[in-house]
Design a protein around this ligand. Sequence first.
Ligand SMILES: Nc1nc2c(c(=O)[nH]1)N[C@H]1C(S)=C(S)[C@@H](COP(=O)(O)OP(=O)(O)OC[C@H]3O[C@@H](n4cnc5c(=O)[nH]c(N)nc54)[C@H](O)[C@@H]3O)O[C@H]1N2
Ligand SMILES: Nc1nc2c(c(=O)[nH]1)N[C@H]1C(S)=C(S)[C@@H](COP(=O)(O)OP(=O)(O)OC[C@H]3O[C@@H](n4cnc5c(=O)[nH]c(N)nc54)[C@H](O)[C@@H]3O)O[C@H]1N2
Ligand code: SF4
Ligand SMILES: [Mo]
Length: 740
Amino acid sequence: MANDGVKIARRGFLKLAAAGAAAGAAAAPERAEAFGLAQAKDGLAPDREVPTYCELCFWNCGVVARARKNRVLALKGHPAYPNANGKLCGRGQAGAGFVVDEDRLKYPMIRTGSRGEGKFRRAGWSEAYGVIADGFSRIKARYGAEALALFYHGSGGPLLRQMLVAYGSPNYAGPSYAQCKGARNVGYKLTFGEKIVSPEPIDLERTRCMVLFGSHLGENAHNSQVQEFVKARARGASLVVLDPRLSTVASKADVWLPIRPGYDTAVILAWLHLLVKERTYDAAFVKAHTVGLDALAAHVAPFTPEWAAERAGVPAARIVDAYRLMVNAMPAVAVHPGRHTAWYGEADTQRARAQAILTALLGAWWRPGGIYRTEKMSVPDYPTPDFPDLPKNVDEAAGRFPFEEEVTTNGIRDATRTGKPYPVKGWLVHGTNLIQSMPGVRETVDAIRNLDLLVVCDVLPTEITQYADVLLPEDTYLERWDDLSIGFTKTPYVGLRQPVVQSPHDTRPAWRIAKELGARLGVGDFFPWATFEDYLSVRLAGAGLSLDQLRKDGIALAPRKTPLYLADGEPFHFHTPSGKIELHSQQLADKGFAPLPTCEGPPLPPAGRFRLLYGRSPLHTFGRTQNNPILADLEPTNALWMSPADAAALGLEDGTPVLVQNDKGSETGPLPLKVTDRQADGAVYMVHGFGHWSRRLHRARGQGGDDTAVIDDYAVDPISGSTGMRTQLVTVRRAERTVA
Ligand SMILES: Nc1nc2c(c(=O)[nH]1)N[C@H]1C(S)=C(S)[C@@H](COP(=O)(O)OP(=O)(O)OC[C@H]3O[C@@H](n4cnc5c(=O)[nH]c(N)nc54)[C@H](O)[C@@H]3O)O[C@H]1N2
Ligand SMILES: Nc1nc2c(c(=O)[nH]1)N[C@H]1C(S)=C(S)[C@@H](COP(=O)(O)OP(=O)(O)OC[C@H]3O[C@@H](n4cnc5c(=O)[nH]c(N)nc54)[C@H](O)[C@@H]3O)O[C@H]1N2
Ligand code: SF4
Ligand SMILES: [Mo]
């Protein structure tokens, strides 16, 4: 790409006053002072501002870090990043809490106790690499390279994946697929020929109506998405929210449908019914771009609003109200594809398909105000030797999940437990706490028992680290280089992660671990660069950019090459077998799945048992922030939401410490009960990520409850391979102990 194609972001980010004015949700900077993180009253002023990007969640917002000597004083939003617009959310502002956390992993360790006991001795890097290289080569020699697996989530993962693939294994997976977006990606890909990327390309700048299934924006705090949502509402865009709980965003809706958990598809089918029956669908768009309308029309004929109302437990009139809001706004209707969609198993891909078909009938795919087209900046990879031919991954070899987009964490775990379709004997786990992120904890522990070697690379002593044979401490994101962040916003961009301060401990970044361990494993050729700056310089040069300039600016934006929307009447060949948007999916039919969405809602729980639902808090990310000194102070625990009627039936009051149990004897808590009419009867709700038990997490340990600890009854989607996790029913009882 030529140099002149790229517009370097203005260096105006140094003018921080304006940007800081509307900082994110929380009072984190003030709290930061209390922890000695921020510009303190002793007159410390920053001696530099370093642009980088956030790793507190995977929106990867642009950050401007203010630092003095080896101390981070404050983190501000980078004005030129489209996903930040000069602001950070409360978590992003609290990122320096990772650096100063006294519990963080400080040097490599080798296990001395039994797995899970958390007993280790200090080791040097060379010794640790030696143990890993020996273990991995023994596994490869005995079982083949495919017996090694990588679990990863975060910016350091791709280079470790490169190491694993060079070594010959196809088994790399993240909970961000099978426990998160898997069903959504597969449902949209089957329909439109492409999966939904992150950030979700919903055109909130132009939308006239937003439709959310769960997607609890505001609690689920993705920076620019929340900002754009607020602006869209202020501009008068209407809002439809389906959620059994009165979430923050549901409380702002024009139409809130407090549906029975798992019955979203019934409501969507009724909307499709109305669109067809009243001929309100975008006929020109449907004619030009879709196949299967006749089959769809016949399929949805019986699904009246009354039919849906009875199943979903909401008034038919409200279903129709929501439909009218959409029809009034079409095609500028942003049907949020969802993100965490691992709810009920096969029903999840079917629900995603229904959402995709709704988008198509509204004419909202690649149209202003609906879903826009994404484009990524082209930044070439660093040249490597040819990768070896890989054997089939565990899922392919087992002949399951015909439409999977990524290998599943659960597939690797099953292979590790059972030895089928082939044994997996070594795990490398980077930036994912599998004990909290995968349902069926006993199966995870069982699998770990079968391993010859478990290597964990983390920044904190979270639960998974306590099982490690070798524990590698990574630099925190404010101390390291990472690979480029290649953004998928409306404007293509590339963002740089660079060190703001130096780690005070014997920690290393993932790129260095990949290079050094790769050399020990005999795949050093794949990491031929001397320093990471060399690696980045070569990649950037391929895009006509310079590392020096990017170090100053933090980001480079490029003009788009493709249009943002499909022009009216423009023919387009979608990447589906028919080349069209597939309302009826022959691909699904050919594999024995329903080609048109069905609604198999879960049964209602019997009295005394509750469906366990979970979600997000704006001040925490999964299980990674509970030990952060700033965020732990702001929000130390989660609570269990329960309806007043259910609480009364159990004789429990607001604030009572409770334990949550399932019928397999798993238990979590105590956590305080929150009795609220925002929660529907028959279901309970908690924020995911609390209830840590690792003894080394001094702040987080024993605070609140862990939903995962009681999710043993999960449903695997045979289409996408993801694990529905809202199938679990639980009981609730008063805890003997009091909540701290
Ligand atoms: N602050 C913060 N923000 C985050 C994250 C974080 O950890 N912290 N994580 C990010 C990630 S990776 C993800 S995947 C997303 C997850 O966030 P979302 O994609 O929004 O997750 P959902 O499961 O859709 O949302 C949870 C909501 O679904 C409701 N719900 C439960 N059952 C049903 C049902 O059957 N139907 C409907 N319609 N609603 C139901 C719950 O009451 C709750 O309000 O959040 C992202 N944003
Ligand atoms: N029950 C239940 N399960 C869920 C969910 C849920 O809501 N409920 N949500 C699902 C979703 S949507 C997702 S995306 C996944 C998320 O799953 P995970 O990504 O596994 O989330 P965490 O549990 O936060 O694990 C993060 C781990 O990374 C470590 N870490 C943090 N920063 C760094 C770093 O810079 N380097 C390294 N090496 N390690 C780091 C943390 O200390 C922690 O051990 O979980 C899924 N699982
Ligand atoms: S949304 Fe918040 S936590 Fe996530 S990357 Fe942006 S600032 Fe960081
Ligand atoms: Mo996720």
